[in-house]
Design a protein around this ligand. Structure first.
Ligand code: SF4
Length: 331
C-alpha cells in the first residue's frame, strides 16, 4: 500500500553569509603588491641593523661586514616571538569573528606550541647547545599565560571594534630609502596596524615584551623610539597617507607585576613617543647617514673601519674585551 505522500517540506533556505564590510583603504593596503628584493645583487637592511649601527658602528661592522655574527638568541627573544604570534592570532581572530569567539580559541595552547618550536629552532641554530633550562622555560610559559589571560579579560579596553578595523599583522614595508643607492632596500614588518574609520586615522602598534615595563629611562631611549617613528614615515610614503593621520604606539606586555592586593596592576603598558617633524627629520637623517657610510653605489658594504662608540652597554656586546674590539669602558 502506498501511503499518502509526505507533505512537501521546502528545503531550509541556506543562510547567505553577510559579506563583511571592509573600508576601501583597508582593502587597498591588504592587496598591495610589495616590492621584492633580489638578494643576488641587492642588500636589505632591517631595523635591527640600523639600531646596531646607531648603538655602535664598530659592532655593526663586526657583525655584518666582517661576518662575526654570533648567536644571540635568548629565552627573552624566544618568548618575544611566541607571545607576538599568540597575540596576533588572537586579535586577527577577534576582528575576523568576534571577541567571544576569539576567547574560545586555545591561545594559551598556541603560545605553548610556539614557545616550544621557537626554542627548538634556536637550539638547532646554536649547534644544539641549550641556552635555557626546563625550569626557566616553564617560568616564561607561565608568564606568557598570565599576559594572554590579561589581554583576553581586558581586550575591549585596548582593542575596540567600534569603527576600528584590523588592517593586518606583520604588514611588510619594503622601500628604497635613498635613491642614490637603489640596491639598498629597507625591509620591516609592522606588528599591528589598525584603522579607525570615523576619524580616518591609522594606529601602528609595536608589541614589546618586558620584564616589568618601561621606566622613564627606557621611554627616553631614542633608539627604541626610532623604529616606530621610521615606520610611521614609511607607512605614510608607501600608502600615500598624510602623516597627521597616523598614530604610533608601543604595546608593552609585562612578564612580571609588582603584587599589590590594593591596586589593580596592569600587564600592559601603552606608550606613544613624540613623532613630530623634528623626530621624523632626525631619524631620516640618521638612516641616510647609515646608508651612505655603510654601502657603496653597487649596494655592497664599504670595506672601511667604522668607529667604536663605547658605552655602559659594552658589557652586553659579544666583542667586548676580545681581540676584535679594543674599546674599554669602565663602569
Ligand atoms: S665592545 Fe663596545 S665599542 Fe666594542 S664593538 Fe662592542 S659596543 Fe662597540
Amino acid at each position: 500500500m502506498f501511503g499518502f505522500p509526505e507533505a512537501y517540506k521546502p528545503l531550509p533556505k541556506k543562510k547567505k553569509k553577510k559579506k563583511k564590510y571592509i573600508p576601501q583603504i583597508v582593502k587597498d593596503i591588504q592587496g598591495y603588491k610589495h616590492m621584492e628584493i633580489d638578494y643576488a645583487f641587492e642588500k636589505n637592511i632591517s631595523y635591527s641593523q640600523f639600531s646596531q649601527y646607531l648603538e655602535c658602528p664598530k659592532k655593526w661592522e663586526l657583525n655584518y661586514v666582517r661576518g662575526y655574527k654570533v648567536f644571540n638568541s635568548t629565552i627573552h627573544t624566544v618568548f618575544g616571538t611566541a607571545i607576538h604570534e599568540a597575540l596576533q592570532y588572537y586579535l586577527q581572530f577577534m576582528y575576523d569573528n568576534s571577541g567571544a569567539a576569539a576567547d574560545r580559541e586555545d591561545i594559551e595552547g598556541l603560545f605553548e606550541e610556539k614557545l616550544r618550536t621557537e626554542y627548538k629552532t634556536q637550539y638547532e641554530k646554536n649547534n644544539k647547545q641549550h641556552f635555557s633550562s626546563p625550569e626557566e622555560l616553564r617560568e616564561f610559559y607561565n608568564d606568557g599565560v598570565e599576559i594572554i589571560k590579561y589581554v583576553k579579560k581586558h581586550r575591549s579596553k585596548y582593542f575596540s571594534k567600534k569603527g576600528w578595523y584590523l588592517v593586518g599583522c606583520e604588514i611588510p614595508i619594503t622601500l628604497i630609502p635613498n635613491y642614490k643607492l637603489k640596491n639598498v632596500k629597507y625591509q620591516g614588518y609592522l606588528d599591528l596596524v589598525m584603522f579607525h574609520e570615523p576619524t580616518n586615522t591609522f594606529n601602528i602598534i609595536d608589541i614589546k615584551t618586558s620584564t616589568r615595563g618601561w621606566n622613564n629611562k627606557a621611554k627616553k631611549e631614542e633608539i627604541k623610539q626610532f623604529q616606530l617613528i621610521l615606520y610611521k614615515k614609511f607607512f605614510a610614503k608607501l600608502f600615500n597617507i598624510p602623516l597627521e593621520n597616523i598614530k604610533i604606539e608601543f604595546f608593552i606586555v609585562k612578564r612580571k607585576t609588582y603584587d599589590n592586593p590594593d591596586f589593580h596592576i596592569s600587564r600592559v603598558q601603552q606608550f606613544t613617543p613624540a613623532s613630530g617633524k623634528v623626530k621624523l627629520n632626525k631619524v631620516t637623517r640618521l638612516l641616510d647617514e647609515f646608508i651612505t657610510e655603510a654601502f657603496d653605489e653597487q649596494g655592497e658594504y664599504k670595506d672601511k673601519e667604522h668607529e667604536m662608540t663605547p658605552t655602559d652597554k659594552c658589557g652586553w656586546c659579544p666583542f667586548y674585551k676580545t681581540i676584535k674590539c679594543s674599546a674599554t669602558f669602565e663602569y
